[in-house]
Design a protein around this ligand. Structure first.
Ligand SMILES: [Zn+2]
Ligand SMILES: [Zn+2]
Length: 148
């Protein structure tokens, strides 16, 4: 709290009383305004905008490309929503089975949606990658054994 400022003339007579608090408030709002208009103030406000979190709908000040309120809960939820969206897009895209591929596991010729498919089925893919992993593990074990 700032006390009132009493202004006296040289004769000691009270001329006027200035409301100190009010003057200070005016002073600070003027400073705040001039800072906001300076380059520094503009730069600080440039990327700031009101963002509504797409998950919890909370409104907050954030950057232009911000989607959530950045809480761990909402970020995690956002990833889930995004994944659901991507997989729903994949589900809608029905590609014709026009690519003839030879399964790397069982050698069967099958028609696939993707030309990059390597296996006739998930089962073959798992068997094949499982075999690679086992081989890799063995190699790692051997190299560790050799180093000892
Ligand atoms: Zn949120
Ligand atoms: Zn196969």
């Amino acid at each position: 709290m700032i006390h009132d400022i009493k202004v006296f003339n040289p004769q000691g007579e009270l001329l006027k009383v200035i409301n100190g608090q009010k003057q200070m408030d005016l002073h600070y709002s003027a400073i705040a305004k001039s800072i906001a208009q300076s380059n520094w103030g503009i730069a600080a406000n440039k990327n700031k905008k009101n963002v509504i979190c797409s998950i919890c709908k909370k409104e907050l000040e954030g950057t232009a490309n911000q989607i959530t309120c950045k809480s761990t809960k909402c970020l995690r939820e956002r990833v889930k929503v995004r994944l659901r969206y991507v997989s729903s897009l994949k589900g809608k895209q029905i590609l014709p089975f026009t690519n003839k591929i030879i399964c790397k596991e069982c050698g069967k010729t099958v028609m696939k949606q993707s030309a990059r498919a390597k296996y006739c089925s998930k089962k073959c893919a798992n068997t094949f990658t499982g075999r690679i992993n086992r081989k890799k593990n063995r190699e790692i074990r051997i190299s560790i054994g050799g180093a000892c």
